[in-house]
Design a protein around this ligand. Structure first.
Ligand SMILES: Cc1cc2nc3c(=O)[nH]c(=O)nc-3n(C[C@H](O)[C@H](O)[C@H](O)COP(=O)(O)OP(=O)(O)OC[C@H]3O[C@@H](n4cnc5c(N)ncnc54)[C@H](O)[C@@H]3O)c2cc1C
Ligand code: SF4
Length: 330
């Protein structure tokens, strides 16, 4: 590991200034469970680590509209265990608990979880080319190992997936991200935080250098009490998603009044399944309708030779998740 400096600023403004001053050579440090691993691998080489875990962003608070404001320094374990999250947004608690391990979740922060880097094996191996790590060097995953990688929204430059489970739930819940940057504070819809690779795969998100995530706000969504996260992976624990589904469903008299649906493990960003949602609203809450909506969403899929299995897997995972939420509809 290369030598680096460590700073522990007292305010968000100081933290932003400390990172912005170093022009790409400084990084915010959350729990370090991803960043420090990447430093050990030589993938990340920050000259300065700016610790943001002691900033006053460690609270989960009620908002005026009945939602929750979750500080970026809240630990993953604390968020998953919070009574209001478990009761009002079970999809969020379940998504967090489906990821990593108890020890990792105790250390990991909300901000760090959302901004963790892809698990594409070539990205993590500095002896290999990778457009995300070294722009213009190529994407060996396209012809190499891509079983775990994207089937939706990828480009010729990158087929990586976003690894976070929590992010999939937040995409489904219409969360809002609060950011403090060199130009001041702003907010953006969660679905606009992460981006598709296009011809700039080195950019995971729409954030700019020096932008600090300070909080995530989840709006009131009464029917999210009936929500769930289902994750399909190679092992029952301690593995990233092949496919995952975050869903909330509002059914009355056998009709879908409203629905929220997002997919993980299939794209460079959490994939909000808007096509399926549109098809479902106002229609019957039956297994047949759920499958048809999933099929419509997945028409955009462009699997690579080694990951075509993800498309039927995503279809059946969406269908099963909605069926369970609807109470076993046939
Ligand atoms: C063995 C193992 C298994 C795992 N399995 C899963 C899994 O199944 N599902 C899953 O979702 N995750 C999994 N993870 C990943 C884990 O969830 C992440 O490592 C963790 O959430 C990162 O949080 P952190 O606070 O430690 O981030 P850090 O490592 O501290 O930071 C990660 C990135 O976020 C940036 N950052 C941190 N805070 C902020 C902020 N407030 N604003 C702006 N940028 C910030 C950092 O600069 C860095 O680029 C696993 C990790 C390990 C080690
Ligand atoms: S898929 Fe993306 S992260 Fe993986 S090798 Fe290709 S460019 Fe790199």
């Amino acid at each position: 590991m290369r030598p680096f400096a460590y700073a522990r600023p007292a305010s968000a403004a100081e933290a932003v200034a400390a990172v912005a001053a170093h022009d790409g050579r400084a990084a915010f440090l959350g729990g370090g469970t991803n960043l420090v691993d990447l430093m050990k691998l030589g993938v990340a080489e920050p000259a300065v680590l700016v610790d943001v875990t002691r900033l006053p962003h460690g609270e989960i608070a009620e908002t005026a509209d009945g939602g929750l404001r979750i500080g970026a320094a809240v630990r993953n374990s604390d968020l998953a265990a919070h009574a209001a999250v478990r009761e009002r947004y079970p999809v969020l608690a379940q998504a967090i608990l489906a990821g990593a391990s108890g020890q990792v979740r105790n250390a990991a922060t909300v901000g760090g979880n959302l901004l963790q880097r892809t698990r594409c094996p070539y990205f993590q191996d500095t002896s290999k080319p990778c457009n995300k790590r070294r722009p213009g060097s190529g994407c060996p995953a396209r012809t190499g190992h891509h079983r775990d990688l994207a089937v939706l929204g990828h480009s010729e430059h990158c087929v990586a997936t976003h690894p976070s489970d929590m992010a999939v739930a937040l995409a489904a819940l219409d969360a809002v991200v609060h950011v403090e940057g060199p130009g001041g504070a702003r907010e953006l819809p969660f679905v606009d935080l992460h981006r598709l690779p296009g011809d700039e795969p080195e950019r995971d998100t729409t954030l700019r250098h020096g932008d600090l995530v300070t909080a995530v706000e989840v709006p009131a969504l009464p029917f999210a009490r009936r929500s769930a996260y289902r994750k399909v992976r190679d092992r029952a624990s301690y593995a990233f998603a092949l496919v995952s589904v975050a869903a909330a469903l509002d059914v009355e008299d056998g009709t879908v009044r409203d629905v929220r649906l997002a997919l993980g493990g299939v794209a460079h960003k959490p994939w909000r399944a808007s096509v399926a949602e549109e098809r479902l609203r106002g229609g019957p809450a039956t297994e047949e309708a759920f499958r048809a909506a999933a099929t419509a969403e997945l028409e955009a899929a462009r699997p690579l030779p080694g990951n075509g299995f993800k498309v039927p897997l995503a279809r059946s995972t969406i269908t099963a998740t909605l069926r369970d939420l609807a109470g076993g509809a046939r």
